[in-house]
Design a protein around this ligand. Structure first.
Ligand code: NI
Length: 167
């Protein structure tokens, strides 16, 4: 769990920059890609990534605008990327502007459990990392170039004149 606002904002800025790069790599045609019938499409996952920080954080009493209706997935990739960039900024501003470090120990009802604010902020990031992993696989299936997040993606090895590791 986070115990300081500064450490959350710093990590959030890094992680949300990575998510932004992924969302900016999506194309309109790729939004309907899914692993199999009955599973989430790229568009649905990308929109879930965009709407979830707000959905979770307003349960703690934090005030921030909703990026849109979670049930209505935009048909334009650029619209999703822009909404994510806006909400990522608003999350940092809301946490910095409305919370003190002491709020990170304050409990809120989260889905029937009591979580300290610092845990909720941690879960916001982990939830995003979880779905981002799913998104990168779908992006490969859709034939998109995937930007590296914690290290070079396959194409980035080639760009620097090296063989991508396959095992
Ligand atoms: Ni989720």
């Amino acid at each position: 769990m986070f115990t300081s606002i500064d450490s959350f904002v710093q990590e959030w800025e890094n992680e949300s920059a990575g998510t932004r790069r992924l969302l900016e790599s999506l194309t309109d045609a790729s939004l309907s890609q899914r692993v199999a019938d009955g599973y989430r499409t790229i568009g649905r996952l990308a929109w879930h990534l965009t709407c979830s920080p707000h959905e979770m954080l307003v349960r703690t009493g934090l005030e921030l605008p909703a990026p849109g209706d979670e049930h209505v997935v935009p048909s334009a990739a650029a619209e999703i990327a822009a909404a994510y960039a806006r909400t990522a900024r608003e999350v940092a501003e809301a946490v910095r502007g409305q919370w003190q470090d002491a709020d990170l120990a304050r409990m809120s009802d989260m889905y029937g459990e009591q979580w300290p604010g610092g845990v909720t902020l941690r879960v916001v990031i982990q939830h995003e990392v979880h779905h981002r992993g799913q998104l990168t696989v779908l992006m490969r299936q859709a034939g998109l170039r995937v930007p590296g997040l914690y290290g070079p993606a396959r194409e980035e090895w080639t760009d620097i004149g090296m063989e991508p590791p396959v095992v």
